[in-house]
Design a protein around this ligand. Structure first.
Ligand code: UDP
Length: 330
């Protein structure tokens, strides 16, 4: 099996490539390296540097590589930036996907697994969130991901293309080898920011709000290990290869942890003190986001292996403690 991974030098993309390579698949990576890292590219994968908005480039990849399926991670994903620069998100996420789909249709590539997000739901009506729940994104990032899902749906109907959209909850952790991990610039996610404290990169972690209607007043999220997410992509490719119909799946552990619980688990995982200070709420943060992943478990046969938060954070710490500057060499 030969799989084209768009955005395969990014955080979730690179971890998926590592799992794909372990499963025996042949992997081709496309990444423009705007946010991805060359060092995260798997040594056994064939790498093309280029942008999916460039039709000539995308066509040339499909002409050179006869792929069975595409996994699409190539998008911008910072919620805050998506609110201050929405058109960047429409351009890269939507225009990029449009060009990609045109080229896939032209080259007869008819299977795609797509990196979506819990941000497609917006403020949930209930938890755990089901795939059938209403989708009303509260930020441009979620809106563009939802629009990308719709683009797959309608293009699929017209051109006989099938897709699986995977809506991730809070991706975290790092590869067991400690060779690759999370490296965003700027970093906005809770666990890497917490680990900057024991790494001596920041004095304290800010807790964004402590008067939410939750057990300790801090926000609840569903943290899912990146390797478990990666495995779900492999199962989704298999699902499409077996001829199954297009579908959307949530990916989470189905268990919620508060920000304070995550900080406490990080203290245990690192064995180091981590100072926390309560700060103002971040705009648009729902109090609680927890996935129902029953559909992925039943239909795809997905079973997350990393369910212990302390163990998940320990895997992140293995990476961050040895790469305090991410992939940058200092
Ligand atoms: N959060 C926090 N301090 C930070 C970063 C995040 O308290 O410095 C909180 C944030 O309000 C949310 C949770 O941690 O409740 C997870 O945030 P993250 O940005 O990692 O993921 P999101 O849930 O926004 O996708």
């Amino acid at each position: 099996m030969k799989v084209l991974v768009l955005g395969g030098a990014g955080y979730i993309g690179s971890h998926t490539v590592y799992e794909l390579a372990d499963s025996g698949a042949e992997v081709v990576i496309v990444d423009n390296l705007e946010t991805g890292h060359l060092e995260a590219v798997h040594p056994a994968a064939k790498f093309y540097k280029g942008d999916i908005r460039d039709r000539g480039f995308v066509d040339s990849v499909f002409e050179q590589e006869k792929v069975d399926a595409v996994i699409h991670f190539a998008a911008n994903s910072l919620v805050g930036e998506s609110m201050t620069n929405p058109l960047k998100y429409y351009d890269n996420n939507l225009c990029g996907t449009k060009v990609l789909l045109e080229s896939m249709v032209a080259h007869g590539v008819d299977k795609i697994v797509f990196s979506s997000t819990a941000a497609t739901y917006g403020e949930p009506e209930r938890v755990p969130i089901m795939e059938t729940d209403k989708t009303e994104p509260t930020n441009t990032y979620g809106e563009t991901k939802l629009a990308m899902e719709k683009m797959f749906k309608w293009t699929g109907k017209a051109h006989n293309l099938r897709f699986v959209s995977l809506r991730y909850f809070n991706a975290c952790g790092a590869h067991k080898s400690g060779i690759i991990g999370e490296a965003h610039s700027p970093e906005t996610h809770l666990i890497p920011l917490i680990l900057q404290v024991p790494n001596g990169k920041r004095d304290a972690i800010q807790v964004f709000g402590d008067d939410y209607d939750t057990k300790d007043g801090t926000c609840i999220r569903d943290y899912i290990h990146v390797t478990d997410l990666a495995q779900a992509h492999i199962l989704a490719v298999k699902y499409l290869m077996e001829g199954n119909e297009s579908s959307i799946f949530n990916l989470g552990n189905g268990v919620g942890f508060t920000v304070n619980e995550v900080i406490e688990a990080a203290r245990k995982a690192t064995g180091l003190p981590i100072k926390a200070v309560v700060s103002p709420k971040r705009a648009g943060d729902p109090a609680r986001l927890i996935a129902s992943s029953d559909k992925a478990r039943t239909v795809l046969g997905w079973k997350p292996e990393h369910t212990d938060l302390e163990e998940i954070i320990a895997s992140a710490w293995k990476w961050h403690s040895t790469h305090p500057d991410g992939f940058e060499k200092k």
